[in-house]
Design a protein around this ligand. Structure first.
Ligand SMILES: [Zn+2]
Ligand SMILES: [Zn+2]
Length: 286
């Protein structure tokens, strides 16, 4: 497994990469543009080239980008839906330019039933990937905790979207442990973790799992809330992450990225070390 954190983009792409390497990351996630704005940034070609070279030299990666928070691929508001498709296409292009392996996206929300919502999202994805053109990275659908009609809390919906899309081969899943927990999927004990990942495999296919967001949760199982906690300090706890690793169901080369609440550099480092030590306890026996 490769461990990393979501890095704040400070001082540009290469400076961010250097910082991640210095922290002991082997992989990272970034926002390639301001996540609170619609106007996608333009990455200078020279920066992108240098970034790719440094990544290769350091045997660093895979790198992932995350779409902006404003986007809603399930919106019933036509203008917002179209804007979201354009933003997603732009993100796919920027990610491709910097050699990212995948783009993680939240799916959005609407009041329709899950199956109908999935069709709207699949249509948005198909349009965005057409717009972005060939050679793009994977688009990774992130599961949600399920508050306020957000899509992707049920693993089945992730499967529906991939099935409904013409772009199935370019799609994958990013599973966030905090969101899973919020949606009612436990990993607290080995039995829980086995049930959860068996359900995921059945609904969406383990082969589609290309990234995990390893986050603990400040809220109880099934709360539908998305409140990240430091690894081991929340309701999932060290025993939950230990179960997830111990049952040995995850792909062996899976990247795991921490999205620390507050995201101070020291906290990121602590979380990274904590998660690696929990994993290390089992990988030694493997
Ligand atoms: Zn996440
Ligand atoms: Zn979250």
């Amino acid at each position: 497994m490769r461990f990393g954190v979501h890095m704040q983009m400070r001082g540009g792409l290469c400076a961010t990469l250097e910082r991640a390497i210095g922290m002991g990351c082997r992989t990272m996630q970034i926002f390639s543009t301001n996540p609170m704005g619609w106007k996608g940034s333009v990455i200078p070609a020279a920066d992108a080239e240098l970034f790719k070279r440094k990544m290769a030299e350091a045997d660093f990666g895979p790198v992932f980008t995350h779409t902006i928070y404003l986007l809603n691929l399930a919106s019933e508001n036509e203008a917002l839906w179209q804007k979201s498709i354009k933003a997603l296409a732009g993100e796919m292009q920027r990610a491709s330019q910097i050699g990212a392996a995948g783009v993680v996206t939240h799916l959005g929300s609407c009041a329709l039933a899950m199956e109908e919502r999935a069709l709207i999202i699949a249509a948005a994805i198909d349009m965005a990937l057409d717009m972005a053109g060939e050679g793009s990275p994977f688009l990774l659908l992130e599961n949600s905790a399920g508050s306020g009609n957000t899509a992707g809390a049920d693993f089945a919906e992730l499967g529906f979207i991939m099935e409904a899309s013409r772009m199935k081969k370019r799609l994958g899943v990013c599973l966030d442990t905090c969101h899973m927990w919020g949606a009612g999927y436990s990993i607290k004990t080995d039995d829980d973790a086995l049930n959860t990942f068996t359900a995921f495999d059945k609904a969406a296919g383990m082969g589609n799992l290309r990234l995990m967001h390893a986050n603990d949760s400040k809220k109880e199982l099934g709360s539908r809330k998305d409140r990240h906690e430091n690894i081991g300090e929340g309701y999932i706890g060290e025993d939950g992450f230990a179960s997830m690793f111990r049952i040995n169901k995850l792909p062996g080369d899976l990247p795991l990225i921490i999205e620390t609440p507050g995201s101070a550099l020291a906290d990121d480092c602590d979380n990274l070390k904590k998660l690696q030590s929990i994993y290390g306890a089992f990988s030694l026996n493997a």
